[in-house]
Design a protein around this ligand. Structure first.
Ligand code: ATP
Length: 305
């Protein structure tokens, strides 16, 4: 096998709480990931030249060592002594820096592709370990499941199995603004100053949990109780982003006022989403929202994948 074409899906965080600061400087999280159908496409082929070559249809994404795909490929080459080179072309559909995990997903897809292309025979557990060295969300995409609970930096995973068929529709509204994850965590820390202390970590954050906790949410998912699930979705960073970014806050308020459903945020934003069960309704809402928000946001309709 010399070449592969693979989809590289996005994720949503249905639940995200920040529990404190870890001794290694990263944040201790608990999050419920969902893999969704909005996806990039990666074209990967072996080349005779030793180099790793990356291209991307989105000119804002760096294609050198800063690209997570490049880092994943270089890491596996180094670790497993791969002599050949490779070329990876990324067709970007997932908005960049939107809290949808596009870069992490691309890195995971590159790991999975190289494992197959070069016959490296790395187990899923081995790949997950490598994924965690590359970034916080990469392991979820290597796991390749619809839902998983992430602890630690997000890479300590437990698959959440739901019996029978369950598929959500998500209206995704991505405000055209760049938000740096680092800045959001910085603002969280500032807002939390004077708040109660992070559990067992010595970090100071305002840690009032409003979503009722992930343990309340998981049974709703397993029982397919969508309206209770929707009410239990929570993201600790939503308030932080809305308080510090007027543009996102305006989009959030107008989307909320449209009454299409509860408005949630994924990761460190700015992607906002609405959970829906019925496809016809989701499509109707999608067209209405796209018409109304087109100049300020990118709007997508995606499902559980
Ligand atoms: P995070 O929460 O980790 O910031 P995100 O989902 O919000 O992730 P990404 O689309 O992964 O955002 O992009 C985050 C940063 O990673 C951007 O600054 C981007 O330039 C860089 N990056 C590196 N490689 C990639 C890639 N293959 N695809 C997208 N972004 C990449």
């Amino acid at each position: 096998m010399n070449a592969l074409v693979l989809s590289s899906p996005a994720k949503l965080n249905l639940y995200l709480d920040v529990l404190g600061r870890r001794p290694d400087g990263y944040h201790e999280l608990i999050t419920l990931f969902e893999r969704i159908s909005l996806a990039d496409t990666l074209f990967i082929r072996r080349t005779r030249r030793r180099a790793i070559q990356v291209t991307c249809t989105d000119p804002t994404v760096p294609c050198d060592r800063r690209n997570l795909v490049y880092q994943a490929a270089a890491f596996l080459r180094r670790t497993y002594g791969v002599k050949e080179g490779m070329r990876i072309d990324i067709k970007k559909n997932i908005p960049v820096g939107a809290g949808l995990g596009g870069g992490s997903s691309n890195a995971a897809t590159a790991l999975l592709a190289m494992n197959r292309l070069f016959g490296l025979k790395i187990s899923r557990a081995g790949l997950i370990e490598h994924a965690n060295e590359l970034g916080s969300d990469v392991a979820f995409f290597v796991l390749g499941r619809k839902w998983a609970l992430g602890r630690g930096r997000g890479g300590d995973l437990t698959e959440i199995k739901v019996s029978g068929r369950l598929k959500f529709w998500h209206l995704l509204v991505v405000p055209k603004v760049s938000i740096l994850t680092k800045e959001v965590y910085g603002a969280l820390k500032r807002q939390g100053k004077g708040g109660r202390r992070g559990r067992g970590t010595g970090a100071t954050f305002g840690l009032t949990k409003k979503g009722g906790g992930v343990n309340i949410l998981l049974p709703y998912l397993k029982e397919k109780d969508i309206s209770s699930l929707d009410r239990a979705l929570y993201n600790r960073l939503t308030e932080v982003v809305l308080n510090s970014n007027t543009f996102v806050s305006e989009v959030y308020n107008s989307l909320h006022a449209c009454n299409y459903g509860r408005v949630h945020m994924s990761g460190s934003g700015p992607t906002l989403f609405v959970l829906m069960r019925d496809y016809a309704e989701a499509q109707r809402v999608f067209y209405a929202v796209r018409r109304r928000f087109r100049d300020r946001c990118r709007v997508f309709l995606a499902s559980t994948w």
